[in-house]
Design a binder for this molecule. Structure first.
Ligand SMILES: [Zn+2]
Length: 327
C-alpha cells in the first residue's frame, strides 16, 4: 500500500440504540433496514471495534486504522505523524427520543475516570422538528448543590440552558458542559475520538426491565465546569469571496476547527500538512481522484489525506460543505 493516497470515502457504521429513529435513512440516505432505532451513523471512526473501512477505489477494504499505522505521514502530515489513533470521530445522530443529560470529561479526567481521552464535541443541526430543543450548559447561577438537588428530586430540566435549534446552528460543547439532545433533532457531530460519558439525569425513565438506567453522578460532578454557564449557537462571521461564495468559521478548539463553505464555483480545499474532513450538508460536490471524480452528497463524508495537499472541490450547482481540520 505505497501508491499515493487519494480522497477516501468510508462505509458508514450504523448504530442502533433505543433513542434512534429512521431519519438517517429517510433524510440522509443511509442504508438502514427495518426498525425504528437507527441512532447514529459513524462516518469516520477508529475506536475499539468500530473502525471505518474504505468503501471503494484503490483502497477498498482498508481501514482507517491501517492508514494511521502504515501511512501516518501521508495521512496526518509529517509534523502530526506521531498520532497513534485517528483523533476525531464524525457522526450523524437522529434523536427520536430525548438523550440522557450528560457530561464528558476533559483529557486529564478522561484518563483518570474512564481510561479514555476527554471529549469536546461540536454539533451542526441538520434537521429540527417544530418544538424540538437542545440543552447546552447550565442556567446562570446553577451550582453543584442546585444540580445535585435537581437530580435527587428528578427536576433537572429547569436548570438546563435550552436552545430552540434551527438547521445550520452550530454549538460547541466543550468537555465539562452539561448537555442533551432533545427529541426530533438530527445533527452532525465532530468530536474527539472518545466515548467517555457520564450520565447526569435520564428524564426519570425506566428501561425495558422496569428499572432506571445507571447514573454516574459522582464522576459527572467532578467533570462539570460549573463556571461555564449557558452555551448558545455560534454566531459565525462570514467571509464572502469575490464570486459571492461564503466561508464561515463555526467552531474552533484545541482538537479541531470546523468551517462551513457555501460554494457555487470550484475552489481549492485541503492542505499538505494536515488532513481535511469534508461533509456535504446540502447539495452535491466532487473532488478529483486519480480514477475519476469522487462525488458525495448530503450527509456523506470524504477524508482528504494530507499527502493530497490542496485540491479542487467542485459543487454541483450549489453545495454547502463542512470542512474540519486539526488546528
Ligand atoms: Zn455529548
Amino acid at each position: 500500500m505505497q501508491a499515493p493516497l487519494e480522497p477516501l470515502a468510508f462505509t458508514p457504521i450504523l448504530r442502533r440504540l433505543v433513542w434512534g429513529g429512521r431519519k438517517l435513512g429517510t433524510l440522509l440516505g443511509k442504508p438502514i433496514g427495518e426498525g425504528e432505532d437507527y441512532a447514529e451513523s459513524w462516518e469516520l471512526a477508529d475506536y475499539h471495534d468500530e473502525v471505518s473501512v474504505v468503501r471503494d477505489g484503490m483502497y477498498a477494504g482498508i481501514t482507517l486504522r491501517d492508514f494511521v499505522r502504515k501511512r501516518p505521514a501521508d495521512l496526518f502530515g509529517k509534523a502530526r505523524a506521531g498520532q497513534e489513533q485517528f483523533p476525531l470521530l464524525v457522526k450523524l445522530l437522529d434523536a427520536r427520543e430525548n438523550l440522557s443529560v450528560q457530561v464528558h470529561p476533559d483529557d486529564a479526567l478522561g484518563r483518570e475516570l474512564a481510561n479514555d481521552s476527554g471529549k469536546t464535541e461540536a454539533w451542526v443541526v441538520l434537521h429540527a422538528e417544530p418544538g424540538s430543543v437542545l440543552y447546552a450548559g447550565l442556567k446562570p447561577g446553577v451550582d453543584r448543590r442546585a444540580l445535585e438537588r435537581g437530580i435527587a428530586n428528578g427536576e433537572v430540566e429547569p436548570l438546563l440552558h435550552r436552545i430552540e435549534p434551527k438547521p445550520g446552528d452550530c454549538i460547541l460543547v466543550e468537555a465539562g458542559t452539561v448537555h442533551a439532545l432533545g427529541e426530533g433533532v438530527v445533527i452532525a457531530e465532530f468530536q474527539q475520538m472518545s466515548d467517555a460519558t457520564f450520565r447526569v439525569f435520564d428524564w426519570n425513565r425506566v428501561g425495558a426491565d422496569g428499572r432506571p438506567r445507571e447514573l454516574h453522578v459522582e464522576k459527572a460532578m467532578r467533570c462539570i465546569d460549573f463556571d461555564r454557564g449557558p452555551v448558545d449557537p455560534v454566531v459565525p462571521v462570514p467571509q464572502v469571496l469575490e464570486n459571492g461564495d461564503v466561508r464561515e468559521p463555526l467552531a474552533k478548539c484545541a482538537y479541531f476547527e470546523l468551517e462551513r463553505w457555501t460554494l457555487t464555483a470550484a475552489t481549492e480545499i485541503g492542505r499538505d500538512d494536515r488532513f481535511t474532513i469534508l461533509m456535504v450538508l446540502d447539495g452535491e460536490a466532487r473532488v478529483r481522484s486519480p480514477r475519476g471524480d469522487l462525488s458525495f452528497r448530503r450527509g456523506e463524508t470524504v477524508l482528504l489525506p494530507s499527502s493530497i495537499g490542496a485540491t479542487m472541490i467542485y459543487p454541483v450547482g450549489r453545495a454547502v460543505v463542512l470542512a474540519c481540520q486539526q488546528p
